[in-house]
Design a protein around this ligand. Structure first.
Ligand code: C2E
Ligand code: MG
Ligand code: MG
Length: 289
């Protein structure tokens, strides 16, 4: 009987593993076809200048409109796209589409608008990335100075490649570089000094607790101090409450982003958002106080 149970248990286990593998395979197949089928879309989340309250940039955030599942967020497929290498062709599409959109906004009168595009570790290791970027800029007509790459701290630190050499090629093109999720990993100051980054984007975890944890507010204060010393800007993302906004303003963060001010939105909604005459109310109070 025990033997029987054991076998059953084993069979159950392998079925579960199979189901998981099947799901992954199904997702991978769907992801393969998504690009050809035009299922990807880009949402744009505004980034505001703390001093003026103006939108200075938009961050491109990828969305997948799966025909059956509906809207899929990056957390559910970016890792797989990274592992399979699909991120390379998806990333090329993102760059082209987003550069074209932001060029159109600049031509429509938002002449100083910049574009932030997220780049994964796998994309960074791809030898063709710099050419991909140059091509997207050339085809769209967006000037290199209007494009900022957001590289997660963990990927910037990746031992598998020489970040200094890759980042030097970005700078040679004239691009901006922001270290995303800053403070979440193991950045050393020595390392930071060698990076040609223009800005640090604070890890959202610190922002979340900035109003109710003195440790986290001290950390953000320290990040601002380091950035100042290295002539970098500080971007505070993930701001959801007026309290968080107040703290971040008092710490001297340069730019701010979050659901409190604007959510990621499709291009047509972002067009309407940009046309608003006034900054979001929560930010106006900060700017004028
Ligand atoms: P990220 O670059 O750190 O982007 C910020 C994430 O936080 C976005 O999630 C955004 O929707 C969300 N967010 C913005 N404001 C708030 C807020 O106030 N509160 C909270 N709780 N969340 C907020 P999303 O769009 O799901 O993207 C997740 C991650 O996927 C991104 O993190 C980025 O690492 C990656 N990703 C997105 N698009 C691309 C892409 O085109 N290429 C690559 N390689 N990665 C991408
Ligand atoms: Mg980002
Ligand atoms: Mg993040």
């Amino acid at each position: 009987r025990a033997k029987h149970l054991g076998r059953n248990g084993c069979q159950f286990h392998s079925e579960a593993v199979n189901a998981q593998a099947f799901e992954r395979l199904a997702l991978e197949n769907a992801l393969h076809q998504a690009l050809d089928r035009g299922e990807f879309a880009i949402h744009y989340q505004p980034i505001f200048d703390f001093r003026t309250g103006r939108v200075v940039a938009v961050e491109a955030l990828l969305r997948w409109r799966h025909p059956e599942v509906g809207m899929v967020v990056p957390g559910q497929f970016i890792a797989l796209a990274d592992e399979t290498g699909l991120i390379v062709s998806i990333g090329r599409w993102v760059l082209k589409a987003a550069c074209t959109q932001v060029k159109a906004w600049r031509d429509a009168g938002y002449a100083d608008l910049s574009l932030h595009v997220n780049v994964s570790g796998r994309q960074l290791r791809e030898p063709g990335l710099v050419e991909q970027i140059a091509e997207a800029l050339e085809q769209s007509g967006l000037p290199p100075s209007a494009l900022v790459l957001e590289v997660p701290e963990a990927s910037a630190l990746d031992k598998g490649h020489d970040p200094g050499a890759i980042f030097a090629r970005f700078t040679a093109l004239g691009l901006g570089l922001t270290i995303d999720e800053f403070g979440s990993g193991y950045s050393s100051f020595a390392f930071l000094r060698r990076l040609p980054a223009n800005a640090l984007k604070v890890s959202q975890g610190f922002v979340r607790n900035v109003a109710n944890s003195s440790d986290d507010s001290e950390i953000v204060t320290a990040i601002v101090a380091v950035a100042r010393g290295l002539h970098m800007n500080v971007i505070a993302p993930g701001v959801e409450t007026p309290e968080q906004l107040s703290f971040l303003a008092s710490f001297g963060c340069d730019q701010v982003q979050g659901f409190l001010l604007a959510r990621p939105m499709p291009a047509d909604e972002a067009t309407a958002f940009l046309a608003r005459p006034e900054p979001p109310t929560a930010l106006v109070r900060k700017v004028t106080s």
